[in-house]
Design a protein around this ligand. Sequence first.
Ligand SMILES: *Cc1c(COP(=O)(O)O)cnc(C)c1O
Length: 485
Amino acid sequence: MTVFPGDSGLIFNEPLLWEKGKKGRVGISLPRPDVPEAAPLGDQWAGPAPDFPDLGEVDVVRHYTRLSQWNFGVDSGMYPLGSCTMKYNPKINERMAALPGLADVHPLLPEEYVQGPLRLMYELQNLLTEVTGMDAISVQPTAGAHGELAGMLVIHAYHRSNGEKRSRIIVPDTAHGTNPASAALCGMEPLGIQSNDQGILPVEAVAAVMDESVAGIMVTNPNTLGLFEENFQKIAQVVHSKGGLVYCDGANMNAIMGIAHLGRLGVDVMHLNLHKTFSTPHGGGGPGSGPVLVRKHLEKFLPVPRIVKDGDRYRLSDDFPDSIGRLHAFYGNFGVMIKAYSYIMTLGKDLKKASQVAVLNANYIKEQLKSVLHLAYDRPCMHECVFSDKNQKDQKITTLDMVKRLMDYGFHPPTIYFPLVVHGAIMIEPTETECKEDIDVFIEAFKSVVREALEDPEALHRAPSRSKVRRLDETAAARKPCLIN
Ligand SMILES: *Cc1c(COP(=O)(O)O)cnc(C)c1O
């Protein structure tokens, strides 16, 4: 009998600290005063003292510990959120980023005092160009979408330097949602094209719209269906033959680290998500890093300042007259770079193995679940696989019902209703983090949910029934967010 990790028996209720406080309770032990008590400073100087509750130490410790137990993260369990690469982030990376010589360094220090941090960024840049097969890089952009914007600006600058004004860009339906948004932000008009029944881009669809008015193409590879764009090289040839450039959204690099040489595939510009592939905790809008990488002929357009090595000294240089300029204060999010550097140095040649295991895990889940869930594209996948709720239509069970029920079994739901090309999509990305035993429990939990869809559909409609909060009105939560309690 499988034991599922989800059991909410010891998750506590917890009121606000203000409701918990009791007059006179204290969290510290001081000797009894041998002088008369005086009123707090607030009373004498600036009106009443703040209305803080009086609490004992254990009240405060339990309060925050209980709140932390309501949370779920990759440190507590499997987090199979497709497209997000929620992999475990080794704590050694945090240790490295917290070293005082790195964590306390001020961005305005003169160069002679920050040779170490400059060298780290320089070496990280070299490692990332090697992993991708690109020629030059800037680590300044601070998110995937920011890297995309940098890339679009580079493409724009390239065409302008050729005396051309191209303002349309091809974006397939399997691209990430940020792609058309970044293109539009740069003043480009996204030209939508459709993937084929294999879930990948046909060369003909690109050839049909590619002409001298089109700046290039933005392809997410592997795409948001978790499939490798097998026609990539031919598509790049079509785009290049009309003077366009090829942008690759490399946020899904977790599937192909050290395996695919993107430069040789025909990519001119791309971005990486260090906070996904290269192991920085993310979610909730925390600091990210989305380096932009280019081929040699586009290097002069990269953002400034750039890190330059003279002999064995490192310095920052703004002396690149064709640069698209500065995209962020200072150099971007240095802390994220330290973690990526630490991650790559720790794995070394095994970086490739991380990708191989991530792909193996996703294919294993795909094969194990395709007997019960409708598999959108039945072919080998990369780091994630996409199912739908088609098989559950007759029972009137939706994707939402199933993944909410998964929570009762102790699993964070996968990504749902994305990508849009699959109706009722369930997108699972296990990453390389999970071992076979844990993946087997996940598979069994999902199979059990599917069985319940037949035998006890109400359990799914009611789900989650064991979590701290029950099913929320997600439309109201998005439309009328309650931001102040
Ligand atoms: C996450 C992701 C992005 C956007 O990255 P952010 O850091 O969230 O801006 C872009 N493309 C793909 C394929 C992604 O998975």
